[in-house]
Design a protein around this ligand. Structure first.
Ligand code: ZN
Length: 151
């Protein structure tokens, strides 16, 4: 088991190196990489033995972040982490924050107010990008504010 875990760790380290390198090469210099500040969730670890899942999740996401950070610095780019609150609930078109707009069964976001509709992962990415833009505009702790709700 110990040997298997060791092999698994080397595999994950290699994946993280290649992932960070691919992101940095594809994006080029002077890029702002925006990550969600999620301490416990990143990769799907379903294929790993149960005993390894939790520890693997946290060290691998921390490792990817650190690889990306130093590879980004080498090409005059930076990594920032943003508060993930409401990134899966915020409508980028009308600003509504509504939990039930997210449809887990179809993996889709569908705004009750303006009917904006898209893939749930895409919506998260759009909101994270928006938070990165707020960070660039000098808002040091960008956050989606829950302004409106549907009762
Ligand atoms: Zn909307």
């Amino acid at each position: 088991m110990k040997q298997l875990a060791h092999r698994e760790n080397r595999w994950m380290t290699d994946v993280n190196h290649r992932l960070a390198k691919t992101l940095v090469v594809a994006s080029g210099s002077h890029t702002l990489f925006v990550l969600e500040n999620l301490p416990n969730v990143t990769f799907n670890t379903d294929d790993l033995p149960k005993s390894l899942r939790n520890s693997h999740r946290s060290w691998s996401s921390f490792q990817l972040e650190s690889f990306l950070t130093y590879k980004a610095q080498a090409i005059q780019s930076i990594v920032v982490k943003v508060n993930p609150a409401f990134t899966s609930q915020h409508c980028p078109k009308c600003g509504l924050v509504e939990k039930t707009n997210r449809h887990h069964d179809t993996h889709e976001y569908w705004c009750k107010q303006c009917q904006y509709r898209c893939n749930a992962d895409r919506l998260g990415a759009m909101n994270i990008k928006m938070l990165g833009q707020e960070w660039l505009n000098g808002i040091k702790r960008p956050k989606i504010k829950k302004l409106t709700t549907i009762g």
